[in-house]
Design a protein around this ligand. Structure first.
Ligand SMILES: NC(=O)c1ccc[n+]([C@@H]2O[C@H](COP(=O)([O-])OP(=O)(O)OC[C@H]3O[C@@H](n4cnc5c(N)ncnc54)[C@H](OP(=O)(O)O)[C@@H]3O)[C@@H](O)[C@H]2O)c1
Length: 283
């Protein structure tokens, strides 16, 4: 059923993902699935744009009548700066991953944190059930920390570079800082662990943490989704903790953009998961 190219009309709605590079992105596959499922007259395309050209390229997309775009590394800060208006999460995260164009105006939002929390709930984890410990203080950590606070959780962050954790704590009042080297000892005081670093991703060093010190029934989320089951998640499963994979966050964060660009509320279900996951299996 899936895989055939759609024939577009002259009224087709067009969106895409801007990044540099962008060839690794699964977003065209994900949005393409929904476009075909709902037989929408529209397309979602990869838009590799060098940072030097990003701002002019976005104004070009607006002028060309695009419906909007997703934004990935390294453009999320530039995307924040280009918007006429941004939503509250984007403002607190200082970064934008979803752009909607409407009559020359650019609206920005950050759906990464919302997608993370939606995936937690899908796995039966209440984000406000207890304190959360975030490893990492990069772009995705910002969005996730803001969303967890909004959901009612107390959030602590541990990052290799302390200055980055301190900057995050300044932007998100109430956020606690934990020394990177104390991350294993801090596990007992938290109900949720979230790896937002790139550690554990294929081609990157492993994340070193002693889950033997985790609180009973701890939820262990990894936002890395290549591989689908990271060593951290496998370790959590072996110990009877509650693993939460990163692919679901990718799927859920795409919902608000798709709805805004194509006018249909898509759903994340097993068929979509299998379709996107099939592209992530080792070849
Ligand atoms: N599931 C999803 O939908 C989704 C969405 C977005 C991102 N991601 C994944 O999340 C990961 C992070 O993305 P990002 O955009 O937040 O990246 P980022 O802004 O570059 O932040 C990277 C983080 O990883 C830490 N880190 C990197 N190497 C490290 C090492 N050797 N030891 C300790 N810490 C290290 C960095 O610490 P320092 O500050 O010390 O450098 C920083 O906190 C990536 O793997 C990305 O693929 C997944």
């Amino acid at each position: 059923m899936f895989g055939a190219m759609s024939i577009l009309s002259g009224k087709a709605r067009i969106a895409g993902i801007t990044g540099w590079p962008v060839s690794h992105s699964r977003s065209p596959r994900l949005h393409g699935f929904w476009l075909q499922r709902h037989t929408i007259d529209g397309a979602y395309i990869p838009l590799p744009i060098h940072p030097d050209n990003w701002t002019v390229a976005i104004h070009g997309l607006v002028a060309a009548g695009f419906a909007g775009a997703n934004v990935t590394i390294p453009h999320k800060l530039a995307a924040f700066a280009i918007c006429h208006t941004v939503d509250d999460t984007a403002r607190r995260a200082g970064a934008v991953n979803t752009l909607v164009f409407n009559e020359g105006r650019i609206t920005g939002s950050n759906t990464d944190g919302w997608g993370f929390v939606a995936n937690l709930r899908h796995h039966g984890v209440d984000p406000a059930a207890g304190p959360a410990l975030l490893l990492g203080a990069g772009g995705s950590a910002r969005a996730i920390a803001a969303a967890l606070q909004d959901a009612g959780a107390t959030v602590a962050v541990a990052n290799r570079t302390p200055e980055r954790a301190e900057a995050l704590a300044r932007d998100l009042p109430g956020l606690r800082i934990i020394d990177w080297d104390a991350r294993s000892d801090a596990l007992a005081d938290h109900a949720l662990l979230v790896n937002t670093t790139s550690l554990g991703m294929t081609g990157h060093p492993p994340l070193e943490i002693d889950l033997g010190k985790a609180s009973a029934n701890m939820a262990v989320a990894d936002i890395v989704y290549v591989p689908l089951e990271t060593p951290l998640l496998a370790d959590a499963a072996r110990r009877g903790l509650r693993p939460v994979e990163g692919l679901g966050m990718l799927l859920y964060q795409a919902i608000p953009g798709f709805r805004a660009w194509f006018g249909v509320e898509p759903v994340v279900d097993d068929e979509l998961r299998r379709f996107v996951a099939a592209d992530l299996l080792p070849s």
